[in-house]
Design a protein. Structure first.
Length: 259
């Protein structure tokens, strides 16, 4: 599942290949930007901001979000794509590389000068150089009646956590996902753990919150409904939670370890 660590690694890989290169081809396959052609412009940088990916080309910023199914791939010219062409939403070429964005949940082109304004709503970036834990804590506490899982997933509080991290963090701190923020006694400790956990996974191809990278042993509760808790053996339960009915996410918890 693409979360902040996935997007960080994606941006770093793309930047290593494309940084400073001239685009020789630009095909944006979304109606609103299909006529935009940045061929001939130089790729200054590829960066991440939370779960958002930013390609700074000339005086423009190509802004994308992977959502649930999206991915960016790098190919050599003439090599076979690993996903079908009809899923491609962006194809950017240089002399050496073809960068393809598949099933992007969001793709838009902004004037570079408006990039910061467009993303100003995001909270502190867990993997950013300007990470500010005190501000993240302040934002979370600003809505004391909100369920803690919803507050952690809210990108306007802190940017980078997705559903997997949120569920795992709640387990690790012994907190039911539905517990209100006001009832969480150590929000700074929770935010600190979120930062340490995503930082530890930033350079891993396979995310783990248990410390075990073996397939099937990487998470405590996420996607483990009906299975035994790794700590106490109680059956993991599941439900759904969100800010509203349109934003419901699957939740997982141990009814004994989390209160």
């Amino acid at each position: 599942m693409p979360e902040g660590d996935t997007v960080f690694r994606t941006a770093r890989t793309l930047d290593q290949a494309l940084h400073g290169e001239l685009l020789t081809g630009c095909d944006l396959r979304v109606p609103a930007f299909a006529t935009v052609d940045l061929a001939g412009e130089r790729m200054h940088e590829v960066a991440s901001r939370g779960k958002h990916l930013l390609m700074r080309v000339g005086e423009a910023s190509i802004h994308s979000h992977l959502k649930m199914e999206g991915a960016w791939h790098l190919y050599r010219h003439g090599s076979r794509w690993q996903r079908p062409a009809f899923q491609a939403r962006a194809v950017l070429e240089t002399d050496d590389w073809v960068a393809v964005g598949f099933d992007l949940g969001l793709l838009e082109v902004l004037p570079l000068a408006r990039e910061a304004e467009r993303l100003a709503w995001l909270g502190p970036d867990l993997l950013g150089a300007d990470w500010d834990p005190d501000e993240a804590v302040r934002r979370i506490r600003s809505e004391p009646e909100k369920p803690i899982a919803v507050a952690l997933a809210d990108q306007s509080n802190l940017a980078g956590l997705g559903n997997e991290y949120v569920n795992e963090l709640c387990f690790l701190r012994g907190i039911l996902p539905t517990r209100q923020v006001v009832a969480v006694t150590d929000v700074p400790g929770l935010v600190d753990l979120a930062h340490r956990l995503i930082l530890a996974n930033r350079d891993r191809a396979e995310r783990t919150t248990t410390g075990n990278t073996r397939r099937g042993a990487q998470s405590w509760v996420f996607s483990r409904a009906g299975q035994a808790c790794r700590r106490c053996g109680t059956r993991i339960e599941s439900g759904s939670l969100g800010r509203n009915e349109l934003e419901l996410r699957n939740t997982f918890w141990c009814p004994r370890c989390q209160t």
